[in-house]
Ligand binder design. Structure first.
Ligand code: NAD
Ligand code: ZN
Length: 370
């Protein structure tokens, strides 16, 4: 078996933030230690648990019991599952819930769910009484490896996604990989796109380990390893660049074309992870065409993604994707620099660089993508 050289799950994972350190505890059964892990990190003993209509029935009672056993008074609120809950109306509902639950400065909010609950409850905690502590308890694979770590919180507006938000570092991330047993397979695949991304940008040994494992269902031990390795990578990147000064941009690998695909095909029409999967292959092909990425890299990434049930071609997402529209959407990415757009390109699997690219460098590849 190939060993992942970069990070091991036994290592302590910590996000070093300007307001202090945030431990990321990855451990099977960690949900039942939530109260014990949170208690030393807050002064107060009121705890407001926010879940969604899927994660609440599955896990909120265990979260509350663990908090109560550690001396907290726990109250639970569910929001409807899905991106539609990441809005200002739900935010206000949560503020009112916090008020009813007696959450004051020094008390605790627990975000028990995927990225939607994490972003919504995280932003509610960031703004309630000018900021109360939040513990993120991720339940979707995307949340384990991405959204629960790093302190970005937000809600959507009709004008766009994540437009209102704040940086609010959690006091801890309590990551129990066994919670992923109930995650629907398509949601698991979505998260695997981000998992493959970490291998692409930072960890060739982990990428090779995934190649050896993909295709069959992952055992619990494999899932734990995946979560720990990726959480460690996210924590390392965020620690080096908490407020998105530059380095954190490597996390955008596959996302420039991915976001453009979401825009062109219509938000909600294509799943984020699926757009990112096709976007990573596109970025690798662009890099190869420009001689910046080792030849064969795109094919290798595509082969791994396909075995993880993820799309690799634009044609897998939708028939007849409009290439002109895709180029325009790619060039209007917010990571613009003059007439160029900043792209994360791979040097090879496991190493990347951020480079400005002009439309004429991207257009031929976008036009020829299958
Ligand atoms: N803050 C960040 O840094 C960051 C990073 C990436 C994405 N995001 C945000 O994350 C959101 C997407 O997150 P997501 O993909 O987790 O979506 P999500 O929170 O909607 O979860 C996906 C679905 O899976 C269900 N689910 C979650 N965990 C489950 C479990 N253990 N068992 C059964 N069902 C479960 C949810 O109820 C939901 O229906 C987007 O809003 C995105 O903007 C934030
Ligand atoms: Zn993403």
């Amino acid at each position: 078996m190939l060993e992942c050289a970069a990070v091991q799950e036994s290592q302590d994972i910590v996000v070093h933030g300007r307001d202090g350190d945030c431990p990321v505890v990855v451990r099977p059964g960690a949900l039942d230690a939530l109260g014990a892990l949170a208690a030393p990190r807050v002064r107060g003993r009121a705890a407001a648990v926010v879940a969604d209509s899927n994660t609440g029935p599955l896990y909120a009672a265990r979260a509350a019991a663990s908090l109560e056993a550690a001396g907290f008074r726990a109250a639970v609120r569910e929001v409807p599952a899905g991106e539609g809950s990441k809005n200002v109306a739900r935010l206000q509902e949560l503020w009112e819930f916090f008020h009813g639950a007696g959450v004051a400065r020094g008390d605790l909010v627990v975000a028990l769910g995927g990225g939607v609950v994490g972003d919504l409850a995280g932003f509610a905690a960031a703004t309630w009484m000018r900021g109360v502590a939040v513990v993120q308890v991720p339940t979707s694979l995307l949340a384990f490896v991405d959204s629960s770590i790093g302190g970005k919180t937000a809600v959507d507006l009709p004008a766009g996604k994540n437009l209102a938000g704040a940086f609010h570092q959690p006091v801890a991330v309590v990551a129990d990989p066994l919670l992923l047993r109930t995650l629907p397979p398509r949601e698991f695949s979505q998260g695997m796109a981000e998992v493959v991304k970490y291998g692409c940008i930072r960890d060739a040994a982990f990428f090779a380990w995934l190649e050896g494992r993909a295709g069959a269902p992952f055992a619990d031990a494999d899932v734990s390893r995946i979560v720990a390795v990726c959480a460690a990578h996210k924590a390392a990147v965020v620690s080096a660049d908490e407020r998105e000064g530059g380095l954190r941009a490597v996390l955008n690998f596959g996302h420039t074309v991915g976001h453009a695909l979401e825009k062109v095909l219509g938000y909600g029409t294509v799943a984020h992870g699926e757009a990112v999967a096709a976007g990573m292959v596109a970025a690798a092909r662009i890099g190869e065409a420009l001689g910046r990425t080792e030849a064969g890299t795109a094919a290798r990434i595509a082969a791994l993604l396909a075995r993880l049930s993820l799309p690799t071609r634009l044609g897998d997402l939708a028939p007849g994707v409009d290439r002109g529209g895709l180029l325009a959407a790619t060039m209007s990415d917010k990571k613009r620099a003059g007439d160029a757009v900043r792209f994360v390109l791979l040097d090879r699997v496991g190493a990347c660089s951020s480079v400005p690219l002009r439309p004429d460098e991207i257009a031929p590849v976008l036009a020829s993508l299958p």
